[in-house]
Ligand binder design. Structure first.
Ligand code: PLP
Length: 438
């Protein structure tokens, strides 16, 4: 059976974001069959701590029967209906109301999508439409940051700061600009150079995920908010990873005490049990859209407001709240960071470590004092060693980085974190020793 699956996988399944040649030569590395809590199981019966919550998204952990039941109940009643025009359904209505309740104050109305890339493209299109309605059609440029990741739809790819994603294709959407990662001064300078009358919005992840878990300095987002106010530019936060408790608060931007005009979400809203995402607009923008609109809001996906996905989203948020998972993310996040510091103190190649809630990173360095890196990154080798021992994590090598990133499910407990650290210790030590020999 396993060989048959490997052969079929090679022949017919184009994996997303994958080393396509390696997949052909080596076949699928892991074929998963089951998930329970923080654990994944594969076809061989081997067990792994899913220290990435798969793709930063399985916030409530694997194997939640309640979510299966919520989906089944809704499917058996009404799996799907169009929400175009004036049609609606109860799960989408109730989820949009719930999101208004939990989002930062002032954010009140949701447009649903099926994932983060669609959410970003929706945000860029709607803010541009907003400026058209406001009589300022020249405001159309979108500014984002150099280490950002916003997805792979055309707008989202163009906004993504990580160059390899943009270089993957040979024609991008126009009117996207990038500024230095954490410099509010650079943002101001770009706005002044381009003219604020040409700029629609600035978009940022509260904590950069795919770029290597980069946490903004304390005042950065306050300064960004002030600059956006000063120049009449909308501020969009991409909470696709940082939403729904990941950082120890409901939404990542809450750490910085500011409120965006538009917030993109996906992933943790349904913990990946069904595809779901969206954007939440401030009440002011929503009201302006209503007042100024003269025709149809010509933007909508077939699955916007999908009844079953929204029913799962509602149940998922209920679990997050009933089980106090946001507080658990905060407390276990501190445990994880303490563990990283322990690795740093006990291994020779662990450099900077950082984390916010259950989003964390370990830098791999040649020299712990100067933080000098190895010529070729070691983190991908460590990921392989960790997987052999039962931990799934991820290596980030963009931009000359050599970083391991982590985002375990928000249900993780102290014993599981300790197990994760012990496996990481053995895995990093193995590569450290190999390195000493060469
Ligand atoms: N925005 C951020 C911050 C993300 O991390 C991601 C995915 O990792 C996306 C957008 C794209 O989301 P999706 O893969 O659901 O389209």
């Amino acid at each position: 059976l396993i060989q048959e699956l490997v052969d079929l996988d090679k022949k017919h399944f184009i994996h997303p974001t994958s080393p396509i040649k390696q997949q052909q030569e080596q076949g699928a590395a892991l074929i998963f069959t089951e998930g329970k809590g923080v654990y994944l199981y594969d076809v061989n019966g081997d067990c792994f701590i899913d220290a990435m919550s798969s793709l930063w998204n399985v916030n409530v952990g694997h194997g939640r029967k309640e979510l299966g039941k919520a989906a089944m109940d809704q499917m058996n009643k009404l799996a799907f209906n169009s929400c175009f025009s004036t049609f609606s359904n109860e799960p989408a209505i109730r989820l949009s109301a719930k999101l208004a309740q939990i989002a930062p104050p002032g954010l009140s109305a949701t447009f649903f999508t099926s994932g983060g890339s669609e959410s970003n493209d929706t945000a860029y299109k709607l803010v541009r439409h907003y400026w058209i309605l406001k009589g300022k059609p020249s405001k159309k440029k979108i500014i984002s940051r150099t280490k950002s990741y916003h997805g792979v739809a055309m707008g989202a790819t163009s906004a993504t700061g990580l160059k390899p994603f943009r270089d993957f294709t040979n024609s991008l959407a126009p009117d996207f600009y990038h500024v230095d990662n954490f410099s509010s001064q650079a943002l101001r300078e770009l706005i002044e150079a381009e003219g604020s009358h040409t700029i629609a919005a600035f978009v940022a992840e509260p904590v950069q995920g795919a770029g290597g878990v980069h946490i903004a300095p304390e005042n950065y987002f306050k300064e960004v908010r002030e600059i956006c106010n000063e120049f009449e530019i909308l501020f969009i936060t991409d909470e696709v990873i940082t939403g729904f408790g990941r950082t120890g608060k409901y939404f990542g931007i809450e750490h910085y005490g500011v409120t965006p005009d538009v917030m993109c979400f996906a992933k943790g809203v349904s913990s990946g049990y069904l595809p779901l995402g969206g954007i939440i607009l401030s009440e002011k923008i929503h009201q302006d859209l209503i007042e100024l609109s003269t025709g149809t809001l010509l933007h909508g996906y077939t699955y916007s407001g999908h009844a079953t996905a929204c029913a799962v989203g509602l149940k998922n948020i209920e679990i997050i709240e009933n089980e106090n998972l946001i507080e658990n993310a905060r407390v276990m996040g501190q445990e994880m960071l303490t563990g990283f510091q322990w690795l740093q103190n006990n291994l020779g190649i662990v450099g900077d470590v950082r984390g916010l809630g259950l989003m964390g990173a370990i830098e791999i360095v040649k020299d712990q004092v100067t933080q000098e890196r190895f010529e070729s990154p070691l983190s991908p080798l460590i990921v392989v060693e960790a997987a052999k021992r039962g931990v799934i994590c991820r290596a980030i090598v963009f931009d000359n980085q050599d970083t391991l990133v982590f985002a375990p499910p928000l249900i993780i407990d102290k014993t599981e974190i300790e197990k994760m650290m012990s496996i990481l210790y053995d895995s990093i030590l193995t590569i450290e020793k190999q390195q000493e020999k060469t």
